[in-house]
Design a protein around this ligand. Structure first.
Ligand code: CU
Length: 162
């Protein structure tokens, strides 16, 4: 497996800022560590958080999927907090709902403020800072990855950690 120092350094930097909520999932056949294109995905979800919403109408969610194996696809997201969780991309300042997001082989899929984001509509309750929201990410190959998404302040910035 080739090493890419710059990406690795970036991940380490990002990892240092992750406060909580990491989910790990190995694809089937995880004993096979070959990195050929036929290898299954090996996903890790880090940096998940939800900025505390001001009402119970709508909330956003962010996280990073790191894949150290073959490609996968994020096909849907579910949560106890809402029956209507949708995935959005922001392109040229306009947000657009998307049916799925590609997880590149040995790459990352980022949901970050100002970019891709989850939207939770018609919340069962208004999540308060400090609470953790259970969220299930559904992948085409890896199946379901359940994460615990901490509710941060409304203005939380993962780069500064507060
Ligand atoms: Cu949106």
């Amino acid at each position: 497996m080739s090493r890419r120092p710059s990406r690795r350094a970036g991940l380490l930097a990002a990892g240092a800022l992750v406060i909580a909520a990491s989910g790990t999932l190995s694809g089937c056949g995880s004993d096979d560590s070959s990195s050929s294109s036929s290898a299954g995905p090996e996903l890790k979800v880090t940096g998940a958080y939800m900025p505390a919403p001001s009402t119970d109408t709508m909330a956003a969610g962010f996280f990073t999927v790191t894949d150290s194996g073959g490609a996968d696809t994020l096909t849907s997201v579910t949560s106890d907090l809402s029956d209507e969780v949708t995935m959005h991309a922001t392109e040229d300042g306009t947000m657009r709902e998307k049916e799925s997001f590609a997880v590149p082989a040995e790459g990352t899929l980022d949901f970050a403020s100002g970019g891709n984001h989850l939207m939770f509509a018609k919340l069962t309750h208004k999540p308060e800072q400090g609470e953790k929201v259970s969220v299930e990410l559904h992948f085409a190959k890896s199946g379901t990855v359940r994460i615990s998404m901490p509710v941060k302040s409304a203005t939380y910035n993962p780069k500064t950690g507060h």
